[in-house]
Design a protein. Sequence first.
Length: 179
Amino acid sequence: MSRIELLNPSQTKGKAQEQLAQIESAFGSIPNMFKAIANSPAALKSMWGSFGALGQGAIDARLGEQIAVAIANFNSCEYCLAAHTALGRKAGASAREMEAAQRGSSEDPKTAAILAFALNIVKNRGQDVEVDISSLRRLQVSDEIIAEVLAHVALNVFTNYVNLVFDVPLDFPRINLRK
């Protein structure tokens, strides 16, 4: 049971109600994570706005979901792991690719380096990343992508913590954490 009320659109008003309607339109329903964060219209706006902005960025949906899965697994966030695995499959990643992403790996050298960088940011709290950035540049990963990886990390840490702190119930098929 969630530690915070899961709000439906009828329990909200103004911008929060509009954003929940957008979320429902995008997903076909409103995932519980958004119902939880809707208790704060400002937090909902921040989260939904970040998803929207990054969805139009240089990192495609498939790689974005691989980053999300790696971070969710590292942070032991079952909710985000389940949600982003499903979204990654919808974005064209194979089950094998999503399983590899959970471990922070990929057969593609650029993707592997990006996942290692993302995980290193989380593990080291943004410190000691010079080697990762040098590796990305050797693979000709642009500064735009490098900056967006950081934005994806920040958003995913936020969503992981929302789901962990509020104990948001799963509404996606469960995926086992890997350690």
